[in-house]
Design a protein around this ligand. Sequence first.
Ligand code: ZN
Length: 249
Amino acid sequence: MSQISHESSGHQVVNRRTVLGAAMRSCAIAPLTTLSMQLAPQSGSLTKEQRDRMAPSQVIEELKKGNERFRAGKMAPRDYLAEKRSSAAGQYPAVVILGCLDSRVPAEIVFDTGIGDSFVGRVAGNIVNDDMLGSMEFACGVSGAKVVLVLGHTACGAVKGAIDDVVLGNLTGLLARIKPAIPATKFDGEKSSKNAPYVDAVARTNVLLGLEEIRRRSPILADLEKKGTIKIVGAMYTLSTGLVEFVAS
Ligand SMILES: [Zn+2]
């Protein structure tokens, strides 16, 4: 942690790419419609100071634009080796994403972000636990990320497992963290794991309860949100369309 603390203390000023880097890189060759930010005049690098000046709402807008690029198949041109080089000495991600383990929901890809752009924690059912909270507190309280995003998705197997009361080793305890979303979901129709709209409704509730849990169990993050330093938001990803819809802000 000493190295992390050093990096985050602002002693290192290193040009690097952040979540905006994708937009900046696309700036060079893509239509201006892909841009909305005040960008640095030079080639694709964004300093810590520039990241710190971003409002949380701007970060969310960039994530939405990245998802649009993904859905359109017009991902920003990316040089992973260059990103690796520019971020090696320090990282200034703009967002921390809590996503599901599901192999079909890789946050960096569906938001078209690069190396160093986003912190991503993944666990089945995108459940909130102490370690994830600690990671988020590091991301926002120490490193300076502006947005906490809980990303659920359609057809989530973990949600289905919670609905079906699956019992299996350590999975049982994980599914227990999802179960409060079941009675909290208002739904007219068949309440079974075979009914896709119901599964998705529970997944959405699970995201909303996750946001509440973050605020309740992390006074650090709740205070940062109250001060306007960060936003804590939820979203749902649709497997069939690739669309990310923000469900709370
Ligand atoms: Zn899932």
